[in-house]
Design a binder for this molecule. Structure first.
Ligand SMILES: [Mg+2]
Length: 320
């Protein structure tokens, strides 16, 4: 199949049409309008087979996931997702695979009212790059650099499930099939916290999405804000699947260090603590306070049930 045939068949005329898109797929560039009083938020993420996912990932899940991880970055900035373009490198033009992949992609794009406005396809090892764009009112984006000493540290959802699914497969752990399925679904179909991110505008002092692991991503906030943190590891939210599958040390390792869950990590000052909890709950999100920002620049102090805690083991090699 030629490139333009492939684009016509799987991308053109599929998905939603937004009124702020003057030209979508089909010209040299797309043309879009950013509403007055807003800034454009732009992010890019690449997923490589064998590096970011197993080669046998269901194509529909891959289509969902590659969009989800990009929308998660927009969510972490408090931006409203609007447009997506993608670069698709495929070993072969397998029609069945492409149909399922683009279905997964268009499904999540439609759900979040995002239009696919352009792309490029080439032949080579399976690699997908998405560039997602969003809009955010002038000056209202949530940055990493404004956490202050005394701010409360929160996370959304539960952590460690994607890690459970991947570790279970790599180490051939025997999990309850329902728990394994729940964890694998979280890995395959992450739900970016798009609404929560926008709710946090004007309330949170900083935010980031958890892609590399809670502690690694927390470090980005600490470095950018020149502060430290105290984390109560016993407060870190975990799913029933994770609690039922592993002992405390193993599940804390996944929840704190694995990543791939695409929840939000954010900080809130004392004045906005109640407002954040109430407003997020209105959107069906239960934020959990796991600690507080300290003055110890770059330092993270872990506490488990009141006692100092140290993480055991090495980092994770996700898909090798
Ligand atoms: Mg991110």
């Amino acid at each position: 199949m030629k490139e333009f045939e492939l684009i016509n068949r799987y991308f053109k005329g599929r998905g939603i049409i937004r009124r702020d898109v003057e030209l979508g797929i089909g010209d040299d560039c797309a043309l879009v309008s950013v509403p007055t009083g807003h800034q454009l938020a732009v992010t890019t993420d690449t997923l490589v087979s064998g590096v970011h996912f197993f080669e046998d990932i269901p194509p529909r899940a891959l289509g969902h996931r590659v969009i989800a991880v990009n929308l998660s970055d927009l969510a972490a900035m408090g931006a409203e997702p609007t447009w997506i373009s993608l670069g698709l490198t495929l070993p072969t033009a397998d029609m069945e695979w492409l149909e399922a992949f683009t279905e997964g992609m268009h499904e999540i794009a439609e759900y979040y009212n995002v239009q696919v406005i352009g792309g490029d396809t080439t032949q080579g090892p399976l690699t997908i790059t998405v560039c997602a764009k969003g809009i955010v009112p002038n000056g209202k984006a949530l940055k990493r650099s404004s956490a202050r000493v005394g701010d409360w540290i929160y996370v959304t959802g539960s952590l460690g499930d994607a890690g459970l699914a991947i570790e279970a497969r790599k180490q051939e752990l025997m999990l309850d099939p329902l728990h394994y399925k729940a964890a694998l679904d979280k890995f395959h179909y992450p739900a970016p916290r798009v609404a929560a991110g926008q709710v946090l505008r004007g309330l949170a002092t900083s935010a980031i999405d958890i892609s590399d692991g809670l502690l690694a991503d927390l470090q980005h906030i600490l470095k950018a804000s020149l502060v430290g943190a105290k984390i109560h590891v016993d407060k870190v939210p975990m799913s029933n699947a994770l609690r039922a599958s592993l002992d405390e040390a193993a599940r804390l390792r996944l929840a704190l260090s694995f990543g791939d869950d695409y929840e939000l990590l954010f900080t809130v000052n004392d004045n906005n603590k109640n407002a954040v909890e109430t407003r997020l709950k209105q959107y069906g999100v239960e934020p959990v306070c796991i600690g507080q920002i300290t003055a110890h620049n770059g330092e993270v102090q872990l506490v488990n049930k009141g006692q100092p805690y140290q993480l055991s083991g090495q980092g994770f090699e996700h898909f090798s």
